[in-house]
Design a binder for this molecule. Structure first.
Ligand code: SF4
Length: 401
């Protein structure tokens, strides 16, 4: 069933584009731009951001925005929350990242006792949606009821995430019943299929740029797509917030959390604090680390968990080439994002001029009342559904329950 949903999603976007009463806005996730080219014969890791934006415009999208902008927003909120936990002790440590819906669902099902440890910050797509339907709509004088928000992602789990009950902060803001923050998700593979169906020659597209206000990102937002990227990005901001001094060079190439091993760790001195951090991908690795945490060994402060191998660059909606080595492909995509980060002058989320503007004009400051309402969320203990599902499977196989 998932593959049917995946195959059909871009048709819903096409219908919205064909409706003159709708305003279609597509926001692009960090790792799509280093994988989309593979669907058109380019080498894995080729950075095709400009062509990806041009393709979306050629397909008739009204505005193209960058989810990397919201990755910066997530970092600012999540780093501020980490500092709160470390300095005030009013919430448990370690803080776990919460941007991966695969990991969040896994925690809700198997480790509900850890839910208070999950950062309350929404994922970048979770933040992009309500920010478009409130701030962006206001700045551009758009009717939020007409906006169809589409997330272009590497991730099939995002199709579940946008349906979560809590993902409707813009309803409270506008008082419009039924409004969703993000309306549709299409994957990298679906976009490639759509382009081929439309007969567009990807290679001949001239590079295009994002629309303004929510189309600019820092290098920290870019590396969000790599395993370890969220951690490195958050530490650049947390360091400066905590110490009031510039982040050291090491935080622009944090080798212990980079790479492709399933579990990586580092200890950092941040002002008077010594922070133990860890990065994992894959639920088997997550289980190993969680058991380590629960058995009370080392005190960790911050743990990044991503469900897919290598992080979002290895998401289930990315192009697949069964003739090539999957690990090699993922590592090339990882290198593509790190190279892009290294090429940018703004490499810290809180220094992104568009992020400064959205706080000045709309959110006030990180963790403000408005930011909490729109950019933070809650989690649900779903462990009892495991039981129900287990019974269902037993009945299906005619077992006695
Ligand atoms: Fe989605 Fe995988 Fe990224 Fe998690 S790691 S957000 S499941 S693509």
């Amino acid at each position: 069933p998932d593959s049917i949903i995946e195959r059909d999603a871009h048709h819903a976007v096409q219908e919205a584009i064909a409706d003159p009463d709708k305003i279609v806005i597509v926001s692009t996730s960090p790792s799509v731009r280093v994988a989309l080219g593979e669907a058109f014969g380019l080498e894995p890791g080729t950075f095709v951001e400009g062509k990806m934006v041009a393709l979306l415009r050629a397909l008739g999208v009204d505005y193209v925005l960058d989810t990397n902008f919201a990755a910066d927003l997530t970092i600012v909120e999540e780093a501020s929350e980490l500092i709160e936990r470390v300095t005030s002790g009013n919430a448990p440590l370690p803080q776990f990242t919460s941007c991966c819906p695969g990991w969040v669902k896994f925690a809700e099902l198997y480790y509900p006792e850890l839910l208070p440890n999950l950062s309350t910050a929404k994922s970048p797509i979770g933040m992009q949606g309500p920010t478009i339907k409130t701030y962006f709509a206001k700045q551009k004088n758009l009717d939020p009821r007409k906006i169809v928000n589409v997330a272009l992602t590497p991730c099939t789990a995002k199709k579940f995430e946008i349906e979560r009950e809590e993902m409707c902060a813009s309803v409270d803001y506008h008082g419009i019943p039924g409004m969703r923050d993000m309306d549709l998700v299409i994957t990298t593979r679906e976009l490639a299929r759509w382009a081929k169906e439309a007969g567009i020659d990807f290679h001949s597209l001239p590079d295009a740029s994002y629309d303004d206000i929510m189309g600019r990102a820092s290098g920290a937002g870019v590396i969000f797509g790599n395993t370890g990227g969220v951690m490195e990005a958050a530490l650049r901001t947390a360091y400066e917030y905590l110490t009031g001094t510039p982040a050291p060079e090491a935080l622009y190439d944090l080798q212990p959390v980079r790479g492709y091993d399933g579990i990586r760790e580092a200890t950092l001195h941040v002002g008077e604090h010594e922070l133990n951090v860890a990065v994992v991908y894959g639920t088997a690795n997550a289980r190993t680390l969680i058991e380590r945490v629960k058995n009370g060994g080392k005190q960790y402060h911050f743990i990044e968990v991503m469900a897919c191998p290598g992080g979002c660059i290895g998401g289930g909606g990315q192009p697949k080439d069964l003739l090539k080595d999957a690990d090699q492909i993922r590592q090339s995509r990882i290198s593509g994002l790190y190279a892009r980060d290294a090429s940018l002058t703004v490499r810290k989320s809180h220094e992104n001029p568009d992020i400064k503007l959205v706080y000045e004009q709309f959110y006030g400051q990180p963790l403000s009342e408005m930011a909490e309402k729109m950019l933070h969320t809650i989690y649900t203990d779903r462990s009892n559904t495991l039981h129900v599902r287990g019974e269902h499977i037993m009945k299906k196989w005619k077992c006695k329950v």
